[in-house]
Design a protein around this ligand. Structure first.
Ligand SMILES: *Cc1c(COP(=O)(O)O)cnc(C)c1O
Length: 423
């Protein structure tokens, strides 16, 4: 392992994606390692948001139908561009809602419980919102979550094994819903294998792509995944609360939306204003009301960069950055008690490295003071996400130097080991 600054700079020189960094804003010149929670703002996203504001200013209500990007089909146009990011056909993807509302929509649409088959399997490491959504959905259907929701167990508290997942796939299970990448450890699950396993038992499969879209390429259509949901404000850099997305495989497009609204209508019929719902033919049917256009417009600018760079190269750089990061940590601060809990091999890791440490909360505070933005996940995880579009190898090198200084000089002891309200 070459731990010199010169080596980091050489890696940057060879990096084809380095040209994108200048297009981003870096608040307070921070070393930003938190793109897996909230991606940074780019000039292109700023431009497309400004363009939307201008269309409102100059067109008023005519903005729905006039101009180069009429609002009436804005989300549909964007969905065509997002589809390749997840390996879907254009009509299988819709930019809409949030992860949590899209889970509700997908369950309302695809979960058809019977007396024999009414269980939803999740995992014990998943993000709370996904669990809350499933529980409340089961209650709405008159089912008791204690009976009808089961969790795949983790052996080590950080990762899931295929064997543990398979064990849960019993005859009474209707739906299996898992994350593509686990939000704490960064483990990337084998979507293809899991989907095959579930389908062989007649179980539908959904994936939450929150921590993979924009970091890891997907093949949802070919792998026959039934549904997926995600947000765009993490690796896709669409801004806080940016509209999310859903994928529903075309073989399910006959399903009426469980939660219907007029924006799920066939667009040629929507303004007939009749009480007979004519659903759109593709994933657009699962929209509900008027799209949140101001929360959608920044995505139009940020997706351009993915189109130019190609997801393959974005993933290759991300893997190189995270490998470099973990190798540096091992060489430079191995003796300070960090446990790297992210799976070792490329095929099993998403876009971030997770370090477990008993003093994680206050090490993160010390990093912030050193102008590094990490991300803390209770109780003991530091997540570090160098991002292909705006992190350089030199940034990673510099961040590790600052972390080393904090450990050597024990400056983290100046802080309490409690988490902040938003961590
Ligand atoms: C970020 C994230 C969420 C957040 O859901 P929203 O509805 O967008 O607030 C949910 N689930 C997972 C796994 C996440 O990583």
């Amino acid at each position: 392992m070459n731990i010199t600054l010169e080596h980091a700079q050489q890696l940057d020189k060879k990096d084809e994606l380095s040209r994108f960094k200048q297009e981003f804003y870096f608040p307070g010149n921070q070393l930003y390692m938190d793109g897996n929670s909230l991606g940074l703002m780019s000039k292109r996203s700023e431009d497309t948001l400004n363009k939307l504001m201008d269309s409102w200013k100059s067109k008023g209500i005519d903005g729905w139908t006039e101009g180069d990007e009429p609002w009436f089909t804005y989300s549909e146009q964007l969905s065509q561009r997002i589809a390749p990011m997840v390996g879907a056909k254009g009509h299988e993807v819709m930019v809409t809602g949030s992860i949590t509302t899209n889970i509700h929509q997908m369950l309302a649409t695809l979960f058809h419980p019977t007396a024999e088959k009414n269980v939803i399997v999740v995992d014990e490491l998943n993000f709370p919102s996904d669990i809350y959504a499933v529980e409340s959905h089961l209650r709405l259907r008159g089912l008791d979550p204690d009976m009808a929701m089961r969790k795949v167990k983790s052996d080590d508290g950080y990762t899931l094994t295929l064997a543990a997942i398979e064990e849960m796939l019993t005859e009474d299970v209707a739906i299996l819903m898992l994350p593509s990448v686990l939000y704490r450890s960064g483990q990337l699950l084998n979507i293809e294998r899991i989907t095959e396993m579930a389908h062989s038992k007649g179980i539908l499969v959904g994936f939450d792509l929150a921590h993979s879209i924009g970091a890891v390429p997907h093949e949802l259509h070919n792998q026959k995944v039934d549904f997926a949901i995600w947000c765009h404000y993490k690796y896709m850099n669409s801004g806080p609360g940016g509209s999310g997305g859903l994928f529903i495989h075309e073989r399910h497009h006959h399903e009426l939306p469980g939660l219907a609204g007029w924006f799920g209508s066939d667009k040629t019929k929507q303004f007939d204003m009749t009480h007979d719902f004519t659903k759109a033919s593709g994933a657009g049917a699962y929209q509900i009301g008027t799209p949140n256009l101001f929360s959608t417009a920044p995505l139009s600018g940020s997706i351009e960069m993915f189109e130019e760079a190609g997801m393959k190269d974005v993933r290759l750089k991300s893997l190189a950055l995270t490998k470099y990061l973990r190798d540096l940590i091992q060489s430079e601060i191995d003796s300070y008690g960090f446990v790297d809990v992210t799976p070792l091999i490329d095929e099993e890791r998403g876009g971030h490295i997770a370090l477990a440490h008993p003093e994680a909360a206050r090490i993160c505070k010390a990093l912030k003071q050193a102008n590094v933005v990490p991300d803390f996940r209770s109780p003991d995880i530091i997540r570090l996400a160098p991002v292909s579009f705006y992190s350089s190898f030199e940034d990673v090198w510099e961040m590790v130097q600052r972390l080393k200084k904090i450990m050597v000089e024990e400056t983290y002891k100046n802080f309490s080991n409690e988490r902040n309200v938003v961590a």
